[in-house]
Design a protein around this ligand. Structure first.
Ligand SMILES: O=C(O)CCC(=O)C(=O)O
Length: 295
């Protein structure tokens, strides 16, 4: 593992870092499901056509270019960040348009992914309408703190599956997702504890990530080295490539690290949630993502 990896100005020591284990989609759906149950994640190599993922990266950045986010004079697929001069208000509006775009809908519901999810979920897969796309500029402190996803989706089934999809290559330096090894068991324990303590809360607060029993924003921690130490485990990182898809359990603790890409490229990804359509659906996620929707 290429150290150091940092998040929120803290460095993860080499002994608390490990490698995410890849899964070849060709091993078959049963074996993939077993790995997901055991590890809390499966990192599916090359599930999507690489060239189409890169085309989509180009499309996204071409629609963000007007905001000043991208350096001019380069193929937008490279995603080279401009040093300054971003119109943040326009960037927010453009991002909200992009997550409502038919092209994005099509990317998230592309046949290789949907066919895979139907098989994985053993039925008809349902894709939550609220879908997130994130870009991270190099050299900034932005990095998703540690959390597990069920905190935000407590109003439906716990048999949810998140797909984290890098839109372009995301080498470790670019700050992709890191997973706390073996933490789906820890997340399950934390959730059980939350339920035990939340009986006094009004029903809408019991499913909210922002109730008085949760840390600010629903995060577990912003201190990644401390978490690995506390649970005596490691953060698993890797070089993601365009075409990869990671599925993670709603109890699996994950975070992102700082984008320190030496080539100055933006990290781009989407995270979307699938479940079996016959399981209970959290109705709060039936709308497109809006910044500040507090979900
Ligand atoms: O991409 C990120 O920084 C965070 C993604 C995430 O939290 C998720 O996929 O559940």
């Amino acid at each position: 593992m290429r150290a150091p990896l940092t998040a929120q100005d803290r460095t993860i020591p080499a002994e608390r870092l490990g490698l995410l284990q890849p899964t070849d989609p060709a091993i078959g759906i049963e074996a993939i499901r077993r790995r997901y149950e055991e590890d809390g994640y499966v990192w599916l190599k090359g599930l999507l056509p690489r060239a189409e993922v890169i085309d989509f990266r180009r499309w996204v950045f071409s629609h963000l270019a007007e905001t000043g986010l991208l350096a001019t004079g380069h193929d937008f697929a490279l995603g080279i960040a401009a040093a300054e001069g971003v119109d943040w208000s326009l960037a927010d509006r453009r991002l909200m348009s992009i997550v409502r775009a038919a092209a994005y809908e099509g990317f998230c519901a592309q046949p290789p992914l949907v066919r895979f999810m139907d098989a994985f979920l053993q039925g008809i897969s349902y894709l939550h309408k609220r879908k997130l796309m994130r870009y991270t500029r190099p050299g900034t402190a932005t990095a998703t703190p540690a959390h597990y996803d069920l905190v935000y989706l407590r109003g439906g089934t716990s048999r949810l599956v998140t797909a984290w999809i890098p839109i372009g290559d995301v080498p470790v330096e670019m700050g992709g997702l890191v997973y706390l090894e073996g933490s789906h068991a820890i997340g399950r324990g934390m959730e059980a504890e939350f339920r035990r303590r939340s009986g006094d809360l009004p029903p809408e607060d019991q499913i909210s990530a922002y109730n008085s029993h949760m840390a600010e924003g629903g995060w577990i921690s912003k201190d990644l080295p401390d978490m690995a130490e506390r649970f005596d485990t490691r953060w698993l990182a890797t070089d993601y490539e365009a075409g990869d898809v990671v599925l993670h359990s709603p109890y699996m603790i994950h975070a992102a690290t700082t984008n320190r890409d030496p080539a100055g490229c933006l990290r781009l990804s989407t995270d979307i949630r699938f479940q079996n359509v016959d399981d209970e659906i959290d109705a709060r996620w039936n709308n497109h993502w809006s910044l500040g929707d507090m979900l």
